[in-house]
Design a protein around this ligand. Structure first.
Ligand code: NDP
Length: 479
């Protein structure tokens, strides 16, 4: 046994993670893949890494020093279960199996429980940053037991991205906590991307600027409070010219957005937890709408606004859009963190919100300066009930809201879809409302279903005899 860490699954993510591990002082990395060709390719292309290759899982286990630590990077789902079965058959109590794939957190909870019964530790670790991140430093969100993190922490810290001198990894919580937080990360990523896309669309249609000119706008925004990886790559994509046609690349790409499911998971989970992540949901739905060509084709002649729309002052409009984007972004993160808080409560995880914002500052897709403000907000008040109510964010939204309202109104007026901008604004107005029409909804529910209601002026639960004399009676709470 010569290796101190192993990687199973040598497609793009696993190979890059293995190379990242091998590049760190003191590591000898064992590698294994179901089909041996991938192992052979990796060994021959990267002799400098000093990999210990195996063609069977038994050989792989024998090549690892005990207690063994192996990271699985295979296709999430059945592939992960198959590899866990193989590893638990050859590993021993005290060994650690890490699943670095994009597992659904409830699968991770189930797997952790099953593997724990064998005495082997199971750690579901969310890994963000794509291929690039896996090779040069991802953001890592490990769950699992505290005990396993003692062994794993230093190894993961050594390969993680570094942001302001700190490695982008922290023990998120037990069992599925890491994959849960990775899921939320991806949900926020969907919202962030959709908001940026809406900003681009509004500017393009409102000002007639070319994609290359809008690239300059985003590059400029990237020097301020919106500074982030996603804004940076947006400028790059908008600037790209198609070699074949000479047109902006964005104009030759089919406008149907794909998805691999983590955004939908975030929203499905939020529905179960009762958390309104409307910005993320609209982002997921916007991709769904875009990918319905038959419906879209059938709807192209539906009438739009009858008034023409012109932007009088492009510079002011662009600044309005920038502020609307920032305010909406704050809402998306506020909603995402609400879901983290609710998940932690539901599943019994002690998640340090400020630490999560910290480990997202580097390596991952939503990396941004802005995350420091979130860490600060939770450092000031760990019991913060909504991120948007923290002083910094409250002030930021206060400064942006007039612009935000103008942009949403303009989008509606001009017939330009801005689902994430407008749903975020509605959420904000709903949250801050003194009274909500939910009172009327309760009245309706009581009318047709005797679902009862509470009163603002006395304790108890009440029901109006709607089909009788309409007097009010005390009722047993049916909830
Ligand atoms: P893929 O998701 O394409 O998975 C391919 C790998 O899985 C191959 O090594 C394949 O082995 C193995 N595999 C599939 N089914 C089985 C099985 N039943 N038994 C054993 N091995 C199996 O690889 P990626 O590198 O793209 O991703 C790996 C993981 O990382 C996934 O969970 C993905 O969601 C996650 N991830 C990916 C990111 C990305 O940017 N791509 C970012 C973050 C996470 P074989 O060669 O024998 O077919």
């Amino acid at each position: 046994a010569t290796a101190n860490i192993g990687v199973v699954g040598l497609a793009v993510m696993g190979s890059n993670l293995a190379r990242n591990l091998a590049s760190r002082e003191g590591n000898t990395v064992a590698v294994y893949n179901r089909s041996y060709e991938k192992t052979e390719t990796l060994l021959s292309e990267h002799p400098e890494a000093g990999f210990v290759g195996s063609s069977t899982v038994e050989e792989f286990a024998a090549s690892l020093q005990t207690p063994r630590t192996a990271i699985i990077m295979v296709k999430a789902g059945a592939g992960t279960d198959a590899v866990i079965d193989q590893l638990t058959a050859v590993f021993e109590p005290g060994d650690i199996i890490v699943d670095g794939g994009n597992a659904l957190f409830t699968d991770t909870i189930r797997r952790e429980k099953a593997v724990r019964e064998t005495g082997i530790h199971f750690v579901g670790a969310g890994i963000s940053g794509g291929e690039e991140g896996a090779l040069n430093g991802p953001s890592i969100m490990p769950g699992g037991s505290k005990e396993s993190y003692e062994t794993l922490g230093p190894i993961l810290s050594s390969i993680a991205a570094v942001a302001e001198g700190e490695p982008c990894v922290t023990h998120v919580g037990t069992d599925g906590a890491g994959h849960f937080v990775k899921m939320i990360h991806n949900g926020i990523e969907y919202a962030d991307m959709q908001l940026i896309a809406e900003a681009y669309d509004l500017i393009r249609r409102g000002t007639g600027k070319s994609p290359a000119e809008i690239a300059d706008v985003f590059a400029e925004w990237n020097t301020g409070e919106l500074e982030s990886y996603l804004i940076e790559i947006t400028a790059e994509v908008l600037r790209q010219v198609d070699a074949e046609t000479g047109k902006p690349l964005v104009d030759v790409i089919v406008d149907q957005a794909g998805a691999k499911g983590t955004g939908a998971w975030t929203v499905q989970t939020a529905l179960d937890l009762g958390i309104p992540v409307s910005g993320i949901a609209e982002a997921v739905f916007a991709r769904s709408l875009s990918s319905k060509p038959a419906q879209r084709a059938a709807a192209t002649d539906l009438p739009g606004p009858s008034d023409a729309w012109t932007v009088d002052d492009p510079e002011t409009f662009i600044e309005d859009v920038r502020r609307a984007l920032y305010a909406s972004k704050i809402i998306a993160y506020s909603q995402g963190f609400d879901e983290i808080v609710a998940g932690a409560e539901q599943y019994g995880w002690d998640i340090q919100k400020g630490e999560i914002a910290k480990i997202w500052r580097g390596g991952c897709i939503i990396r941004a300066q802005f995350l420091n403000r979130i860490t600060e907000a939770y450092a000031e008040n760990d019991g913060l009930v909504a991120l948007v109510t923290a002083p910094y964010f409250r002030d930021a939204v206060a400064g942006a809201q007039d612009s935000w309202r103008r942009v949403v109104a303009t989008a509606a007026h001009a017939g330009i879809p801005a689902p994430a901008f407008s749903s975020s604004l509605s959420y904000y107005d709903g949250l801050r409302a003194d009274r909500l029409p939910a009172a009327l909804v309760q009245g309706q529910r009581d009318f047709f279903g005797a679902h009862t209601y509470k009163r603002i002026d006395k304790d108890g639960t009440f029901h109006t005899l709607w089909s009788g004399d309409r007097s009010e009676i005390s009722a047993v709470d049916t909830h």
